[in-house]
Design a protein around this ligand. Structure first.
Ligand code: GRF
Length: 189
């Protein structure tokens, strides 16, 4: 049984989708939701879905090792970032080599990096006149949105698309593909 931890900072629609996907999976289990925002809606989703949640602050993540200790106590095999906005510290990356993955709502390496999240990404894609956008699932390293790509899915950018309508197309790709990509990574650990 591979144990998965989900890190999220916001709404958690991807986290919910992933948790539901693995509810009937005999080989993998979501053992916790880790969140750096005490008021994030992902915590409401986790409680409703019966998944333990761990709220933490910067000291827990970057100084005391409390998050790292919790991951090890849970026996986590794979860390999944699903709308998590902090950089993962080097000690956790070292403890989980090629076992931290992230989803970005654009076709990296374009439209990624520090501060590029949520509607800002879709606004930048439209402003750049791109004809396509999509999602990139990638391994996490010490730089934002920079690790080796694992999976991409593409959608069109229509002339009348707004950041909101493009976000909806990209979210649809996330929900359709991310859980299966996670499963393929977990099953091959
Ligand atoms: C998603 O668009 C994901 O690609 C990005 O953060 C967003 C999280 O949305 N990394 P949600 O919190 O899962 O609804």
């Amino acid at each position: 049984m591979k144990k998965i931890a989900i890190f999220a900072s916001g709404s958690g629609s991807n986290a919910e989708n992933i948790i539901r996907f693995f509810e009937n999976d005999a080989r993998n289990q979501v053992v916790g939701v880790f969140c750096n925002k005490p008021d994030a809606y992902v915590l409401v989703r986790a409680e409703r879905l019966g998944v333990p949640a761990f709220v933490f602050g910067r000291d827990d993540f970057y100084r005391t090792g409390a998050v790292s200790d919790k991951l090890k106590a849970l026996g986590v095999d794979l860390i999944v970032l699903a709308g998590f906005l902090w950089k993962v510290p080097d000690d956790i990356l070292a403890d989980f080599p090629n076992r931290v993955i992230n989803i970005h709502p654009a076709l990296l390496p374009k439209f990624g990096g520090k501060g590029m999240y949520g509607e800002r990404v879709h606004r930048a894609v439209i402003a750049a006149g791109e004809k396509e956008s999509g999602i990139t699932v990638h391994y996490v390293n010490g730089r934002y949105d920079d690790g080796a790509a694992i999976f991409r899915a593409v959608c069109s950018v229509a002339p009348d698309d707004t950041p909101e309508t493009l976000a909806a197309k990209v979210h649809a790709l996330e929900y359709a593909h991310f859980p299966q990509v996670i499963k393929e990574v977990a099953d091959n650990l």
